[in-house]
Design a protein around this ligand. Structure first.
Ligand SMILES: *[C@@H]1O[C@H](CO)[C@@H](O)[C@H](O)[C@H]1NC(C)=O
Ligand SMILES: *[C@@H]1O[C@H](CO)[C@@H](O)[C@H](O)[C@H]1NC(C)=O
Ligand SMILES: *[C@@H]1O[C@H](CO)[C@@H](O)[C@H](O)[C@H]1NC(C)=O
Ligand SMILES: *[C@@H]1O[C@H](CO)[C@@H](O)[C@H](O)[C@H]1NC(C)=O
Ligand SMILES: *[C@@H]1O[C@H](CO)[C@@H](O)[C@H](O)[C@H]1NC(C)=O
Ligand SMILES: *[C@@H]1O[C@H](CO)[C@@H](O)[C@H](O)[C@H]1NC(C)=O
Ligand SMILES: *[C@@H]1O[C@H](CO)[C@@H](O)[C@H](O)[C@H]1NC(C)=O
Ligand SMILES: *[C@@H]1O[C@H](CO)[C@@H](O)[C@H](O)[C@H]1NC(C)=O
Ligand SMILES: *[C@@H]1O[C@H](CO)[C@@H](O)[C@H](O)[C@H]1NC(C)=O
Length: 886
């Protein structure tokens, strides 16, 4: 067993979050009723959730950053910098220079005059994409399974350090959207869990970790990005679907606040310096030009002080997006990759010169980008960008897509440090033990013959990095596919790690790694003392199709004959252990009830140390303590939500009619018994729960934020003469590059916009830089700070009743008690090591936010007058302790 430390008394989980943000924030967007009348800009009424039919009205102007909370100093520093900039230099900060033209997946323009190099934005949430000598970390879904805040932060810090070492300024992660509305969702694994509280905590800790290393976290994807199908028109036509706009996630205001926005509030409160808007539409307005979600929710209510960057080619307009709150466009190209034109660049310069985009707005865009740099990087050095995303060769084209000069493009800097140790530990700490009959596990390694089965235990014979962006499912599933991937520096397979283990004990070992070799499997399983079957289920991002799965999974069963292989082995061997690698839930009912399947482990998507991590658990060096971060239902229908696989309209409508009721909230509501519930996970020891204490604390009464912001500041003047904004003479342009300068003093010609100067729709109030009302629920990064006031302290005793040390995750659920509220919702948890025959006190500070409901009418949080219950236990269905919240 891994040695554990006896813990006497833990500090309360919530207390560390109750920070000292001042409560006198001074800006925000209006909550004015007069704006919420007729749908002026194409918003439709949402096909709402359980109660309300909330629309998304236009919300302008775009709130300007003012240095709220901990951002004050960063805003001062940014002000000194931005005040020196010309209009073109500001525009350069906001505009990507073009796809595959520079080193990083996204790179802004630079400011040579001030020796300020371009910002480098780079994937991914599991490590640095498209380079070498980097680590591959366990996926977000594994981090969620650890229920361990410290590990989430440590992983963030390790990833941040690696990005820093390559010269990256902005890591494109972590992910809280998708949240995981449907278990089939292709990118759920990049995020954490369909529970918004678990995701919110892990999202915030990851952001703090990444940013502790001087790298900005681009927290993504904002918002409602819950499926891959029809996220972009270009991907859709490629697969023969005829749609006219990206899908629209339609949801009501309460579902938005209590479910999908929740983790983003935690992320903003944790200091996220960048937020990436998503490909989909929200209530029929593009997420990257949706004034309701960007201006009103994110920058207004959540008081977000950093910048909003588009997902790659997720920008659909120039002026409209800028006025709706978009601050940076990536990769800079307009509707398609490698386009010659940009919605920003020269167009943005023109839009400022012709008065359509107010000068305070371009200043705010530059301020938000630079303030984030100061907030996160502080006085650290910005090293050179020492890698190239488009080639791993040492020498190559400096501007890959257009060719041209050859130079040194990769220094091959090894940034891994000793992160392999952390990755191995995380892999084991995230492995969930689902079944363990008669202490089958841990194994001793002295079993005479151990047999391992399944392609998922072995290597990809074409190499771990053979398929671009891991767009195949060959060999063990250490990482899923898409832009959320990275290159493996090595991949320890279960086959090799388990073999080493057994050889060290002088035992015999054989493996059959071909899922289709059922005869060989039969013969071997019959002889084996213990059989380990590895099976998987993969998913990813829509631009790659794997085995007819367009990102989202087509089914919740095992891939490539995994179920048949398992059936075959289990029919021959009465000591069959199933190990699962998957991006989300797989159907296990049959296997959970199979008498010869003596143990089941879910190992998720564990990264480069996969084999070592699982061996640590199988052979008892690590006592499993992870818990399921989602529900494993008996059938896919039991979830009550699914992917829309065929367009229902030319603008596919995804109606989130289930409201809050996803994952266990849905199972609870319909009284459906799952195979394994949310929060479930066994240990090699046992725990008991006792002594629930609830203390009511004296928190002051909630005060909605009020007052007004300052008027929008502007930081410099610029010449309005187009002649002062022309390309410098003799400037040598790189083909397809997006520059901020004009090619003509005639603005119509410089823009090239076919509709130039036509009386376009400038939304009411969009150019208004006067003081604006502060939202009641706003006032500081994350929202009204009084939401984090502690109202109750809940304590319970957890005792290790077994004979070995172990780790438990006591969980606190609350029933808010309203007629339409979920039966219960996770609100607190802590991963605690406990020695045999010892106890620890589990303690949670219950905040106002934890028991609040969103009022669509007040546009604020309130505590409903209802009987509220608190439950404590080891999973969402095993809650032995309960009490009324007084
Ligand atoms: C904008 O960025 C490009 C690319 O880095 C650079 O060539 C150009 O000089 C920059 N323009 C200004 C005005 O700084
Ligand atoms: C400005 O935007 C319009 C509309 O997308 C586009 O046609 C035009 O080429 C753009 N101009 C530049 C200089 O990129
Ligand atoms: C201002 O410039 C933008 C960007 O080129 C253009 O789309 C818009 O039509 C122009 N508006 C006016 C009123 O000239
Ligand atoms: C790897 O995956 C690809 C794509 O799914 C498939 O075509 C190929 O046959 C696989 N290769 C091996 C060796 O299994
Ligand atoms: C589920 O999908 C996977 C991957 O496409 C496939 O290998 C498997 O056969 C499918 N399962 C069923 C029952 O069709
Ligand atoms: C369990 O395994 C034994 C062999 O040990 C076999 O005889 C039996 O049929 C198996 N049971 C099932 C349900 O497959
Ligand atoms: C499992 O199978 C082994 C060998 O086939 C046999 O010795 C043992 O009794 C079986 N155990 C049970 C519980 O059936
Ligand atoms: C500017 O260019 C447009 C489009 O080519 C043209 O119609 C217009 O007459 C020009 N304006 C001037 C003042 O030259
Ligand atoms: C200037 O740029 C616009 C937009 O890209 C383009 O349409 C126009 O042809 C260019 N004019 C010249 C003179 O290069």
């Amino acid at each position: 067993m891994r040695p554990t430390i006896a813990t006497a008394l833990l500090t309360c989980a919530g207390s560390a979050l109750a920070q000292d943000f001042s409560h006198d924030g001074n800006y925000g967007a209006p909550v004015s009723r007069k704006n919420s009348g007729p749908m002026a800009t194409g918003f439709i009424m949402s096909d709402a959730g359980t109660k309300s039919h909330q629309a998304s009205p236009p919300k302008y102007p775009s709130p300007w950053g003012e240095g709220l909370g901990e951002w004050a100093q960063a805003y001062q520093q940014a002000k000194s910098f931005v005040s020196q900039l010309t209009l073109e230099e500001k525009v350069n900060l906001t505009t990507g220079t073009g796809w595959e033209l520079e080193s990083c997946v996204g790179q802004t323009g630079s400011i040579p005059r001030l020796a300020f190099r371009a910002l480098c934005l780079q994937d991914s949430p599991v490590g640095i994409r498209d380079t070498d000598f980097n680590s591959v970390f366990p996926a977000g879904v594994n981090v969620a399974a650890t229920f361990d805040r410290k590990l989430a932060k440590a992983r963030g810090a390790a990833m941040g350090a690696e990005h820093k070492g390559k010269g990256v300024d902005v890591q494109l992660g972590p992910v809280a959207g998708p949240l995981g509305r449907t278990p089939e969702g292709g990118r759920n694994w990049e995020g954490f869990s369909p529970d918004p509280v678990l995701t919110g905590v892990m999202f915030a800790e990851s952001i703090k970790g990444i940013q502790s290393q001087g790298v900005l976290a681009s927290a993504k994807h904002f918002i409602g990005y819950e499926q891959e199908h029809f996220r972009l028109v270009s991907d859709s036509t490629g697969y023969g679907f005829n749609i006219s706009e990206p899908n629209s996630a339609n949801m009501d205001d309460e579902t938005m606040h209590e479910l999908y926005l929740w983790p983003f509030a935690d992320g903003v409160r944790a200091g996220a310096a960048s937020i990436m808007c998503s490909y989909n539409q929200v209530n029929n307005s593009q997420a990257c030009q949706n004034s309701y979600v960007l201006n009103y929710l994110l920058k207004g209510e959540l008081g977000f002080q950093g910048h909003v960057v588009s997902d790659w080619i997720g920008t659909h307009s120039g002026v409209a997006s800028v006025l709706a709150g978009l601050d940076m466009t990536m990769p800079g190209d307009s509707a398609v990759y490698n386009s010659d034109d940009s919605y920003f660049g020269a167009n943005l310069t023109v839009a400022v010169l012709n008065g359509t985009v107010p000068s305070w707005r371009i200043d705010d865009m530059a301020m938000r980008i630079m303030a984030g740099m100061y907030f996160v990087e502080g006085n650290r050095n910005r090293g050179d960008i020492n890698f190239n995303s488009w080639s791993l060769d040492t020498y190559g084209y400096e501007h890959f897509y257009v060719g041209g000069a050859i130079g040194k493009i990769n220094d091959h800097v090894d940034v891994r440090g000793d992160h392999g140790t952390l990755i191995r530990h995380l892999g084991a700490q995230s492995t969930v033990l689902l079944k363990n009959i008669d202490n089958t596990l841990p194994l001793t390694g002295k079993e005479k013959l151990t047999a391992v089965f399944g392609e998922d235990a072995g290597s990809n014979i074409d190499g771990p990095n053979d398929c671009s962006d891991r767009g195949c499912n060959n060999g063990t599933l250490g990482m899923a596919w898409g832009s959320g991937s990275a290159n493996f520096p090595y991949l320890v397979t279960p086959d090799s790690a388990i073999q080493s283990e057994l050889l060290s004990h002088g035992s015999a070992y054989e493996s059959v790694l071909n899922n289709g070799a059922l005869d060989s499997a039969t013969t071997l399983a019959r002889r084996a003392n213990v059989s380990l079957v590895f099976a998987n289920s993969d998913s990813g991002e829509w631009y790659i199709e794997v085995g007819s799965n367009l990102g989202d999974r087509n089914n919740l069963t095992f891939w490539g004959g995994g179920d048949e292989l398992l059936d075959t082995v289990a029919s021959q061997c009465n000591n069959t252990i199933l190990v699962i690698h998957s991006t989300g839930p797989v159907l296990l009912e049959k296997w959970a009830n199979h008498g010869n399947i003596t143990a089941i482990l879910w190992a998720g998507v564990p990264g480069q140390e996969s084999g070592n991590s699982i061996a640590d658990v199988l052979y008892g060096r690590v006592n499993p303590g992870a818990k399921l971060p989602f529900t494993v239902g008996k059938s896919r229908q039991d979830y009550g939500t699914d992917i829309l696989y065929t367009p229902n309209e030319s603008v596919p409508q995804l109606n989130f009619k289930e409201g809050l009721f996803i994952d266990y909230r849905s199972f609870d509501k319909h009284n459906t018994t799952p195979t394994f519930e949310f929060g479930f996970g066994l240990s090699y020891t046992t725990f008991s729960y006792s002594d629930l204490h609830v203390t009511k604390l004296n928190a002051s009464e909630y005060v909605p934020s009020s007052g007004h912001t300052n008027p929008a500041p502007t930081y410099s003047n610029y010449s309005t003469d187009p002649a002062d904004h022309l390309y410098p003479s003799n400037f040598s342009r790189i083909p397809l590059y997006h520059y901020p300068w004009l090619n003509s003093t005639n603005l119509t010609q410089a823009s090239g916009d076919q509709h130039y100067g036509l009386p376009g729709f400038i939304p009411e109030g969009a150019q208004d830089g006067s003081a604006q009302p502060i939202p009641k629920a706003g006032g500081a990064p994350g929202g009204n700070p009084m939401l984090w006031d502690v109202l109750y302290r809940v304590e319970a005793t957890v005792t290790n009743t077994g004979s070995v040390a172990g780790e438990e995750v006591p969980q606190l659920y609350i029933s808010r008690g309203g007629p339409h509220d979920p039966v219960k919702e996770l609100r607190g948890f802590e991963r605690v090591p406990i020695q045999p025959n010892s106890s620890v006190t589990f303690c949670v500070d219950v905040t106002r936010r934890d028991i609040s409901s969103w009022s669509t009418f007040e546009q604020d949080w309130y505590v409903r007058n209802s009987t509220k219950m608190v439950y404590v236990g080891s999973s969402s269905m095993n809650l032995p302790l309960s009490a009324v919240l007084p």
